[in-house]
Design a protein around this ligand. Structure first.
Ligand code: TRP
Length: 74
């Protein structure tokens, strides 16, 4: 399989969720990873993962550039 892109996610607050969504006919959650402040996850898109959803405040770096997700207002 062709080597796919990496995505770097750095949590800016505790309890950031990195959720992997399935590839194929149905798109559902298949993995959830919780990051605390300062923790970094380096992930790839794979045969099983077509999308990644991030909940909470984090810095996300991809080949398209850098974006910051925001925390939900309470
Ligand atoms: N088993 C998953 C896969 O190979 C692991 C994974 C890869 C993953 N990238 C991810 C999980 C991104 C969550 C987010 O697809």
């Amino acid at each position: 399989m062709k080597q796919s892109e990496y995505v770097v996610i750095k949590a800016i607050e505790d309890g950031v969720n990195v959720i992997g969504l399935t590839r194929g006919a149905d798109t559902r959650f298949h993995h959830s990873e919780k990051l605390d402040k300062g923790e970094v996850m380096v992930a790839q898109f794979t045969e099983h993962t077509s999308a990644i959803k991030i909940r909470g405040k984090a810095n996300i770096i991809t080949s398209f550039g850098e974006v910051e997700s925001e925390a939900k207002e309470k």
